[in-house]
Design a protein around this ligand. Structure first.
Ligand code: EPZ
Length: 432
Protein backbone atom coordinates (compact mmCIF):
# COMPACT_ATOMS: atom_id res chain seq x y z
CA UNK A 1 0.00 0.00 0.00
CA UNK A 2 1.35 3.51 -0.94
CA UNK A 3 2.68 6.02 1.64
CA UNK A 4 -0.15 7.25 3.84
CA UNK A 5 -0.49 11.01 4.46
CA UNK A 6 -2.92 12.94 6.67
CA UNK A 7 -3.63 16.23 4.87
CA UNK A 8 -5.62 19.34 5.89
CA UNK A 9 -8.92 18.99 4.00
CA UNK A 10 -8.56 21.70 1.35
CA UNK A 11 -10.74 20.41 -1.54
CA UNK A 12 -8.41 21.80 -4.19
CA UNK A 13 -5.28 20.21 -2.59
CA UNK A 14 -6.92 16.84 -1.90
CA UNK A 15 -8.20 16.32 -5.42
CA UNK A 16 -5.00 14.51 -6.46
CA UNK A 17 -5.15 12.00 -3.65
CA UNK A 18 -7.14 8.80 -3.12
CA UNK A 19 -9.36 7.95 -0.19
CA UNK A 20 -8.68 4.70 1.65
CA UNK A 21 -11.62 3.16 3.52
CA UNK A 22 -11.27 0.24 5.94
CA UNK A 23 -14.71 -1.39 5.94
CA UNK A 24 -16.90 -2.84 8.69
CA UNK A 25 -15.32 -0.44 11.21
CA UNK A 26 -18.22 1.98 11.77
CA UNK A 27 -19.76 1.44 15.22
CA UNK A 28 -21.80 4.51 16.09
CA UNK A 29 -21.33 8.08 15.17
CA UNK A 30 -22.73 11.60 15.04
CA UNK A 31 -22.23 13.90 12.09
CA UNK A 32 -23.20 17.56 11.84
CA UNK A 33 -24.60 18.39 8.43
CA UNK A 34 -23.34 21.41 6.46
CA UNK A 35 -25.21 23.93 4.34
CA UNK A 36 -26.89 22.73 1.15
CA UNK A 37 -24.71 22.71 -1.98
CA UNK A 38 -27.72 22.98 -4.29
CA UNK A 39 -29.03 25.98 -2.39
CA UNK A 40 -25.69 27.81 -2.09
CA UNK A 41 -25.01 27.33 -5.82
CA UNK A 42 -28.28 29.22 -6.56
CA UNK A 43 -28.25 31.80 -3.74
CA UNK A 44 -24.74 33.04 -4.61
CA UNK A 45 -25.76 34.22 -8.13
CA UNK A 46 -28.97 35.70 -6.66
CA UNK A 47 -26.79 38.08 -4.63
CA UNK A 48 -26.10 39.91 -7.94
CA UNK A 49 -29.73 41.09 -7.94
CA UNK A 50 -29.03 43.69 -5.21
CA UNK A 51 -26.22 46.25 -5.07
CA UNK A 52 -24.37 46.32 -1.73
CA UNK A 53 -23.06 43.67 0.66
CA UNK A 54 -24.96 40.44 1.28
CA UNK A 55 -23.83 38.13 4.09
CA UNK A 56 -24.46 34.41 3.73
CA UNK A 57 -24.17 31.97 6.62
CA UNK A 58 -23.82 28.15 6.59
CA UNK A 59 -22.18 28.14 3.14
CA UNK A 60 -20.43 24.76 2.64
CA UNK A 61 -16.68 24.80 1.95
CA UNK A 62 -16.83 22.62 -1.15
CA UNK A 63 -15.38 22.82 -4.67
CA UNK A 64 -18.65 23.76 -6.41
CA UNK A 65 -19.09 26.78 -4.12
CA UNK A 66 -15.46 27.76 -4.68
CA UNK A 67 -16.03 27.80 -8.47
CA UNK A 68 -19.32 29.77 -8.22
CA UNK A 69 -17.51 32.23 -5.98
CA UNK A 70 -14.73 32.62 -8.58
CA UNK A 71 -17.36 33.24 -11.25
CA UNK A 72 -18.92 36.05 -9.19
CA UNK A 73 -15.48 37.56 -8.63
CA UNK A 74 -14.75 37.38 -12.38
CA UNK A 75 -17.96 39.36 -12.96
CA UNK A 76 -16.79 42.09 -10.58
CA UNK A 77 -18.25 41.12 -7.20
CA UNK A 78 -15.98 41.10 -4.15
CA UNK A 79 -16.32 37.92 -2.11
CA UNK A 80 -14.61 37.45 1.25
CA UNK A 81 -14.74 34.97 4.10
CA UNK A 82 -16.57 36.29 7.15
CA UNK A 83 -15.58 35.85 10.79
CA UNK A 84 -17.66 32.69 11.31
CA UNK A 85 -16.97 29.34 9.59
CA UNK A 86 -19.35 29.12 6.61
CA UNK A 87 -19.80 32.91 6.43
CA UNK A 88 -19.37 34.66 3.06
CA UNK A 89 -19.57 38.41 2.40
CA UNK A 90 -20.47 39.41 -1.14
CA UNK A 91 -20.10 43.07 -2.18
CA UNK A 92 -21.85 43.75 -5.44
CA UNK A 93 -21.58 46.94 -7.51
CA UNK A 94 -21.81 47.02 -11.29
CA UNK A 95 -21.16 43.59 -12.81
CA UNK A 96 -20.12 42.21 -16.20
CA UNK A 97 -22.57 40.16 -18.21
CA UNK A 98 -20.20 37.47 -19.56
CA UNK A 99 -19.26 34.32 -17.59
CA UNK A 100 -15.76 33.01 -18.45
CA UNK A 101 -15.74 29.59 -20.15
CA UNK A 102 -12.74 28.39 -18.13
CA UNK A 103 -14.83 28.62 -14.94
CA UNK A 104 -18.24 27.73 -16.36
CA UNK A 105 -17.00 24.41 -17.74
CA UNK A 106 -16.12 23.34 -14.19
CA UNK A 107 -19.66 23.82 -12.86
CA UNK A 108 -23.08 23.07 -14.42
CA UNK A 109 -24.53 25.41 -11.82
CA UNK A 110 -22.92 28.30 -13.73
CA UNK A 111 -26.09 28.32 -15.83
CA UNK A 112 -27.79 29.86 -12.76
CA UNK A 113 -26.08 33.13 -13.61
CA UNK A 114 -28.42 33.49 -16.61
CA UNK A 115 -31.52 34.71 -14.75
CA UNK A 116 -29.77 37.20 -12.39
CA UNK A 117 -27.61 38.70 -15.18
CA UNK A 118 -30.55 39.23 -17.55
CA UNK A 119 -32.46 40.76 -14.63
CA UNK A 120 -29.56 43.05 -13.54
CA UNK A 121 -27.89 43.86 -16.84
CA UNK A 122 -30.57 43.21 -19.48
CA UNK A 123 -28.10 40.81 -21.07
CA UNK A 124 -26.09 37.68 -20.27
CA UNK A 125 -23.51 35.52 -22.04
CA UNK A 126 -23.14 32.14 -20.30
CA UNK A 127 -21.17 29.23 -21.79
CA UNK A 128 -23.25 26.12 -22.52
CA UNK A 129 -22.28 23.72 -19.73
CA UNK A 130 -22.34 20.66 -22.03
CA UNK A 131 -23.40 17.15 -20.99
CA UNK A 132 -22.21 15.34 -17.86
CA UNK A 133 -21.71 11.80 -16.58
CA UNK A 134 -25.36 11.37 -15.60
CA UNK A 135 -27.11 12.52 -18.77
CA UNK A 136 -27.33 14.97 -21.67
CA UNK A 137 -29.04 17.57 -19.45
CA UNK A 138 -30.46 19.97 -22.07
CA UNK A 139 -31.37 23.59 -21.14
CA UNK A 140 -34.38 24.05 -23.42
CA UNK A 141 -36.69 24.79 -20.46
CA UNK A 142 -34.40 27.57 -19.18
CA UNK A 143 -34.27 29.23 -22.60
CA UNK A 144 -38.02 28.83 -23.22
CA UNK A 145 -38.82 30.38 -19.84
CA UNK A 146 -36.64 33.45 -20.47
CA UNK A 147 -38.14 33.90 -23.93
CA UNK A 148 -41.62 33.88 -22.37
CA UNK A 149 -40.54 36.86 -20.26
CA UNK A 150 -39.65 38.66 -23.48
CA UNK A 151 -35.91 37.98 -23.68
CA UNK A 152 -34.20 37.22 -27.00
CA UNK A 153 -32.14 34.09 -26.43
CA UNK A 154 -29.68 32.60 -28.93
CA UNK A 155 -27.08 29.86 -28.78
CA UNK A 156 -23.97 31.28 -30.43
CA UNK A 157 -20.31 30.23 -30.30
CA UNK A 158 -21.00 27.73 -27.53
CA UNK A 159 -22.69 30.36 -25.41
CA UNK A 160 -26.22 31.19 -24.36
CA UNK A 161 -26.66 34.85 -25.34
CA UNK A 162 -29.72 36.49 -23.81
CA UNK A 163 -30.82 40.09 -24.22
CA UNK A 164 -33.88 41.90 -22.91
CA UNK A 165 -34.52 45.65 -23.06
CA UNK A 166 -37.45 44.93 -20.75
CA UNK A 167 -38.62 41.71 -19.07
CA UNK A 168 -42.39 41.42 -18.85
CA UNK A 169 -44.24 39.12 -16.44
CA UNK A 170 -45.99 36.12 -18.06
CA UNK A 171 -47.69 32.82 -17.35
CA UNK A 172 -45.06 30.13 -17.92
CA UNK A 173 -45.81 26.39 -17.95
CA UNK A 174 -42.72 24.19 -17.45
CA UNK A 175 -42.95 20.91 -19.41
CA UNK A 176 -40.94 19.27 -16.60
CA UNK A 177 -40.51 20.60 -12.99
CA UNK A 178 -36.84 21.39 -13.63
CA UNK A 179 -35.02 22.73 -10.53
CA UNK A 180 -32.64 24.92 -12.51
CA UNK A 181 -35.24 26.29 -14.93
CA UNK A 182 -37.55 27.18 -12.01
CA UNK A 183 -34.68 28.95 -10.21
CA UNK A 184 -33.55 30.94 -13.29
CA UNK A 185 -37.13 31.93 -14.03
CA UNK A 186 -37.85 33.09 -10.48
CA UNK A 187 -34.66 35.19 -10.39
CA UNK A 188 -35.35 36.81 -13.80
CA UNK A 189 -39.01 37.44 -12.93
CA UNK A 190 -38.04 39.58 -9.90
CA UNK A 191 -36.99 42.26 -12.42
CA UNK A 192 -39.91 41.79 -14.82
CA UNK A 193 -42.69 44.31 -15.19
CA UNK A 194 -45.86 42.83 -13.71
CA UNK A 195 -46.54 39.36 -12.37
CA UNK A 196 -45.11 36.04 -13.52
CA UNK A 197 -46.82 32.74 -12.74
CA UNK A 198 -44.83 29.51 -13.01
CA UNK A 199 -46.92 26.37 -13.48
CA UNK A 200 -45.50 22.87 -12.88
CA UNK A 201 -42.64 24.45 -10.92
CA UNK A 202 -39.99 22.40 -9.08
CA UNK A 203 -40.82 22.00 -5.36
CA UNK A 204 -37.37 21.12 -4.05
CA UNK A 205 -36.38 22.64 -0.65
CA UNK A 206 -33.49 24.40 -2.40
CA UNK A 207 -36.00 26.23 -4.64
CA UNK A 208 -37.89 27.31 -1.50
CA UNK A 209 -34.61 28.45 0.10
CA UNK A 210 -33.83 30.61 -2.95
CA UNK A 211 -37.35 32.11 -2.85
CA UNK A 212 -36.97 32.86 0.87
CA UNK A 213 -33.64 34.58 0.18
CA UNK A 214 -35.23 36.69 -2.59
CA UNK A 215 -38.14 37.62 -0.33
CA UNK A 216 -35.70 38.62 2.41
CA UNK A 217 -34.12 40.96 -0.18
CA UNK A 218 -37.53 42.56 -0.80
CA UNK A 219 -38.92 40.43 -3.63
CA UNK A 220 -42.44 39.00 -3.63
CA UNK A 221 -42.27 35.30 -4.50
CA UNK A 222 -45.35 33.38 -3.36
CA UNK A 223 -46.04 29.66 -3.53
CA UNK A 224 -42.48 28.25 -3.58
CA UNK A 225 -42.67 24.61 -2.54
CA UNK A 226 -45.91 24.17 -4.48
CA UNK A 227 -46.22 23.58 -8.23
CA UNK A 228 -47.51 27.12 -8.82
CA UNK A 229 -45.25 30.06 -8.00
CA UNK A 230 -46.21 33.73 -8.42
CA UNK A 231 -43.57 36.48 -8.64
CA UNK A 232 -44.47 40.15 -8.50
CA UNK A 233 -41.69 41.83 -10.43
CA UNK A 234 -40.12 45.27 -10.35
CA UNK A 235 -39.62 45.56 -6.60
CA UNK A 236 -36.39 47.09 -5.35
CA UNK A 237 -34.06 44.46 -3.89
CA UNK A 238 -31.52 45.19 -1.16
CA UNK A 239 -28.68 43.08 0.27
CA UNK A 240 -29.41 41.02 3.37
CA UNK A 241 -27.91 38.50 5.78
CA UNK A 242 -29.21 34.97 5.13
CA UNK A 243 -28.56 31.43 6.39
CA UNK A 244 -28.53 28.56 3.86
CA UNK A 245 -30.61 25.44 4.74
CA UNK A 246 -28.90 22.17 5.75
CA UNK A 247 -27.97 19.75 2.97
CA UNK A 248 -30.60 16.96 2.83
CA UNK A 249 -28.52 14.98 0.32
CA UNK A 250 -25.42 15.10 2.53
CA UNK A 251 -27.60 14.04 5.49
CA UNK A 252 -29.08 11.13 3.53
CA UNK A 253 -25.61 10.08 2.39
CA UNK A 254 -24.21 9.90 5.95
CA UNK A 255 -27.28 8.03 7.18
CA UNK A 256 -26.68 5.38 4.50
CA UNK A 257 -22.92 5.28 5.21
CA UNK A 258 -23.50 4.79 8.94
CA UNK A 259 -26.12 2.07 8.40
CA UNK A 260 -24.04 0.30 5.72
CA UNK A 261 -21.23 -0.06 8.24
CA UNK A 262 -23.66 -1.80 10.57
CA UNK A 263 -23.57 1.01 13.15
CA UNK A 264 -25.95 3.45 14.77
CA UNK A 265 -25.77 6.87 13.12
CA UNK A 266 -27.08 10.30 14.06
CA UNK A 267 -27.11 13.25 11.66
CA UNK A 268 -27.49 16.63 13.36
CA UNK A 269 -28.51 20.07 12.01
CA UNK A 270 -31.04 18.59 9.57
CA UNK A 271 -34.67 19.32 8.61
CA UNK A 272 -36.23 15.83 8.79
CA UNK A 273 -39.23 16.72 6.59
CA UNK A 274 -36.77 17.31 3.73
CA UNK A 275 -35.80 13.62 3.96
CA UNK A 276 -39.25 12.03 4.18
CA UNK A 277 -38.89 9.97 0.99
CA UNK A 278 -35.61 8.43 2.19
CA UNK A 279 -36.83 7.86 5.76
CA UNK A 280 -39.94 6.07 4.49
CA UNK A 281 -37.75 3.72 2.43
CA UNK A 282 -35.36 3.13 5.33
CA UNK A 283 -38.26 2.14 7.58
CA UNK A 284 -39.46 -0.23 4.86
CA UNK A 285 -35.95 -1.75 4.87
CA UNK A 286 -36.23 -2.40 8.61
CA UNK A 287 -34.26 0.57 9.92
CA UNK A 288 -35.24 1.95 13.33
CA UNK A 289 -35.50 5.74 13.13
CA UNK A 290 -35.73 8.53 15.68
CA UNK A 291 -36.75 11.99 14.49
CA UNK A 292 -35.37 14.50 17.01
CA UNK A 293 -36.67 17.67 15.30
CA UNK A 294 -33.22 18.84 14.16
CA UNK A 295 -31.53 15.45 14.18
CA UNK A 296 -32.27 11.93 12.93
CA UNK A 297 -30.93 8.74 14.51
CA UNK A 298 -30.96 5.44 12.66
CA UNK A 299 -30.11 1.89 13.63
CA UNK A 300 -30.34 -1.40 11.78
CA UNK A 301 -30.06 -4.92 13.17
CA UNK A 302 -28.69 -7.34 10.56
CA UNK A 303 -29.28 -6.95 6.82
CA UNK A 304 -31.77 -4.49 5.30
CA UNK A 305 -34.91 -5.76 3.57
CA UNK A 306 -34.93 -5.39 -0.24
CA UNK A 307 -36.77 -2.40 -1.70
CA UNK A 308 -38.56 -1.25 -4.84
CA UNK A 309 -38.41 2.45 -5.72
CA UNK A 310 -38.29 5.02 -8.45
CA UNK A 311 -36.64 8.42 -8.36
CA UNK A 312 -38.98 11.38 -8.85
CA UNK A 313 -39.01 15.17 -8.49
CA UNK A 314 -39.42 16.35 -4.86
CA UNK A 315 -41.17 15.20 -2.69
CA UNK A 316 -40.51 11.90 -4.47
CA UNK A 317 -37.32 9.89 -3.84
CA UNK A 318 -34.32 12.11 -4.79
CA UNK A 319 -32.18 10.99 -7.72
CA UNK A 320 -29.17 12.43 -5.81
CA UNK A 321 -29.51 9.63 -3.23
CA UNK A 322 -30.18 6.83 -5.73
CA UNK A 323 -26.53 5.67 -6.15
CA UNK A 324 -25.93 5.71 -2.37
CA UNK A 325 -29.12 3.72 -1.69
CA UNK A 326 -28.17 1.25 -4.45
CA UNK A 327 -24.86 0.65 -2.66
CA UNK A 328 -26.68 0.18 0.67
CA UNK A 329 -29.02 -2.42 -0.90
CA UNK A 330 -26.13 -4.57 -2.17
CA UNK A 331 -26.29 -6.33 1.22
CA UNK A 332 -30.11 -6.50 1.36
CA UNK A 333 -32.04 -9.67 2.02
CA UNK A 334 -33.70 -10.27 -1.36
CA UNK A 335 -33.94 -8.52 -4.73
CA UNK A 336 -34.32 -4.72 -4.98
CA UNK A 337 -35.56 -2.88 -8.08
CA UNK A 338 -34.59 0.76 -8.62
CA UNK A 339 -35.95 2.84 -11.49
CA UNK A 340 -34.13 6.08 -12.32
CA UNK A 341 -36.77 8.49 -13.72
CA UNK A 342 -34.85 11.79 -13.68
CA UNK A 343 -31.54 11.22 -15.51
CA UNK A 344 -31.07 8.82 -18.40
CA UNK A 345 -27.57 7.72 -17.46
CA UNK A 346 -27.27 7.54 -13.66
CA UNK A 347 -26.06 3.97 -13.14
CA UNK A 348 -22.37 4.73 -13.67
CA UNK A 349 -21.68 3.42 -10.14
CA UNK A 350 -22.90 -0.12 -10.91
CA UNK A 351 -19.78 -1.47 -12.62
CA UNK A 352 -17.62 -0.18 -9.77
CA UNK A 353 -19.96 -1.69 -7.14
CA UNK A 354 -19.63 -5.05 -8.90
CA UNK A 355 -15.87 -4.85 -8.20
CA UNK A 356 -16.73 -5.14 -4.47
CA UNK A 357 -18.89 -8.17 -5.16
CA UNK A 358 -22.25 -6.47 -5.74
CA UNK A 359 -24.82 -8.35 -7.87
CA UNK A 360 -26.58 -5.78 -10.08
CA UNK A 361 -28.16 -6.04 -13.54
CA UNK A 362 -29.14 -2.94 -15.52
CA UNK A 363 -32.10 -3.00 -17.88
CA UNK A 364 -32.49 0.42 -19.48
CA UNK A 365 -33.26 2.82 -16.62
CA UNK A 366 -33.87 0.06 -14.06
CA UNK A 367 -31.34 -1.63 -11.78
CA UNK A 368 -32.09 -5.07 -10.33
CA UNK A 369 -29.97 -5.69 -7.21
CA UNK A 370 -29.71 -9.23 -5.81
CA UNK A 371 -28.60 -8.86 -2.19
CA UNK A 372 -25.39 -10.68 -1.15
CA UNK A 373 -24.12 -11.80 2.29
CA UNK A 374 -20.93 -9.72 2.13
CA UNK A 375 -18.73 -7.45 0.04
CA UNK A 376 -14.95 -7.27 -0.19
CA UNK A 377 -12.92 -4.07 -0.56
CA UNK A 378 -11.31 -3.20 -3.93
CA UNK A 379 -9.73 -0.24 -5.77
CA UNK A 380 -12.49 1.78 -7.50
CA UNK A 381 -12.83 5.09 -9.39
CA UNK A 382 -15.52 7.76 -9.09
CA UNK A 383 -16.55 9.70 -12.21
CA UNK A 384 -19.27 11.85 -10.68
CA UNK A 385 -20.27 13.28 -7.30
CA UNK A 386 -23.02 10.94 -6.05
CA UNK A 387 -21.36 7.91 -7.61
CA UNK A 388 -18.33 8.74 -5.46
CA UNK A 389 -20.56 8.90 -2.37
CA UNK A 390 -22.01 5.49 -3.29
CA UNK A 391 -18.50 4.00 -3.50
CA UNK A 392 -17.84 5.22 0.05
CA UNK A 393 -21.12 3.60 1.25
CA UNK A 394 -20.02 0.30 -0.34
CA UNK A 395 -16.46 0.64 0.99
CA UNK A 396 -17.80 1.14 4.54
CA UNK A 397 -19.93 -2.01 4.17
CA UNK A 398 -17.16 -4.16 2.62
CA UNK A 399 -14.57 -6.30 4.41
CA UNK A 400 -11.02 -5.07 3.97
CA UNK A 401 -9.76 -1.97 2.20
CA UNK A 402 -11.40 0.06 -0.58
CA UNK A 403 -9.21 2.62 -2.34
CA UNK A 404 -11.26 5.33 -4.06
CA UNK A 405 -9.80 7.35 -6.94
CA UNK A 406 -11.52 10.36 -8.55
CA UNK A 407 -12.17 12.00 -5.16
CA UNK A 408 -12.19 15.42 -6.83
CA UNK A 409 -15.74 14.56 -7.85
CA UNK A 410 -16.73 13.81 -4.24
CA UNK A 411 -15.15 17.00 -2.90
CA UNK A 412 -17.41 18.99 -5.19
CA UNK A 413 -20.29 18.35 -2.77
CA UNK A 414 -19.03 16.99 0.58
CA UNK A 415 -17.34 19.30 3.10
CA UNK A 416 -14.68 18.02 5.58
CA UNK A 417 -15.16 14.49 4.25
CA UNK A 418 -12.47 12.62 6.19
CA UNK A 419 -13.33 14.42 9.44
CA UNK A 420 -17.02 13.49 9.12
CA UNK A 421 -16.29 9.88 8.15
CA UNK A 422 -14.09 9.65 11.24
CA UNK A 423 -16.95 11.07 13.35
CA UNK A 424 -19.03 8.21 11.93
CA UNK A 425 -16.41 5.79 13.24
CA UNK A 426 -15.16 4.89 9.73
CA UNK A 427 -11.42 4.17 9.48
CA UNK A 428 -10.30 6.24 6.48
CA UNK A 429 -7.21 8.15 5.26
CA UNK A 430 -6.00 10.18 2.31
CA UNK A 431 -3.45 8.31 0.25
CA UNK A 432 -0.82 9.93 -1.95
C1 EPZ B 1 -30.57 20.05 -9.93
O1 EPZ B 1 -30.02 19.95 -11.24
C2 EPZ B 1 -29.47 19.61 -8.97
N1 EPZ B 1 -28.32 20.48 -9.14
C3 EPZ B 1 -29.08 18.17 -9.28
O2 EPZ B 1 -28.13 17.74 -8.30
C4 EPZ B 1 -30.30 17.28 -9.15
O3 EPZ B 1 -29.97 15.98 -9.53
C5 EPZ B 1 -31.43 17.80 -10.07
O4 EPZ B 1 -31.72 19.18 -9.78
C6 EPZ B 1 -32.71 17.01 -9.89
O5 EPZ B 1 -33.13 17.00 -8.57
C7 EPZ B 1 -28.34 21.72 -8.59
O6 EPZ B 1 -29.29 22.16 -7.97
C8 EPZ B 1 -27.11 22.55 -8.78
P1 EPZ B 1 -33.29 19.61 -13.46
P2 EPZ B 1 -30.75 20.58 -12.50
O7 EPZ B 1 -33.26 20.81 -14.33
O8 EPZ B 1 -31.38 21.86 -12.13
C9 EPZ B 1 -34.30 17.65 -17.67
C10 EPZ B 1 -26.15 16.79 -7.47
O9 EPZ B 1 -25.73 15.63 -7.45
N2 EPZ B 1 -34.26 19.02 -18.20
O10 EPZ B 1 -34.34 19.52 -12.42
O11 EPZ B 1 -29.79 20.55 -13.62
C11 EPZ B 1 -32.90 17.14 -17.27
O12 EPZ B 1 -32.19 16.66 -18.35
C12 EPZ B 1 -26.83 17.35 -8.74
O13 EPZ B 1 -26.09 17.56 -6.51
C13 EPZ B 1 -34.59 19.25 -19.51
O14 EPZ B 1 -34.95 18.33 -20.25
O15 EPZ B 1 -31.85 19.45 -12.75
C14 EPZ B 1 -33.23 16.08 -16.26
O16 EPZ B 1 -33.51 14.89 -16.90
C15 EPZ B 1 -26.78 16.40 -9.88
N3 EPZ B 1 -34.51 20.51 -19.98
C16 EPZ B 1 -34.47 16.64 -15.58
O17 EPZ B 1 -35.03 17.63 -16.46
C17 EPZ B 1 -34.12 21.57 -19.20
O18 EPZ B 1 -34.05 22.72 -19.67
C18 EPZ B 1 -34.19 17.29 -14.22
O19 EPZ B 1 -33.27 18.32 -14.39
C19 EPZ B 1 -33.78 21.33 -17.86
C20 EPZ B 1 -33.85 20.03 -17.37
Amino acid sequence: MATIHKAKENPMKLADRKLLIRGRTARSGRVTISGAKNSAVAVLPACLLAEGTSILQNVPDIADVAVQREILESLGAEVSDGDQPGELRLSVGDVDAEVPYALAKQLRGSVLLLGPLVARKGEARVPLPGGCAIGSRPLDLHLKALRELGAEVEIEHGHIAARARRLVGAEVYLDFPSVGATENLIMAATAAQGTTVVYNAAKEPEVVDLANFLNAMGARVVGAGTDTIKIEGGRELRPVEYTIIPDRIEAGTYLLMGLAGGGRVTVENVIPTHLEALLAKLEEAGVELTDGGDYISARLEGRPKALQLKTLPYPGFPTDLQPQLSAFLLLANGTSVISERIFEDRFGHVDELKRLGGKVEIDGRTAVIDGVESLTGAPVTATDLRMGAALIVAGVAARGETLIDGVEHILRGYERLEEKLTQLGVACEWVE
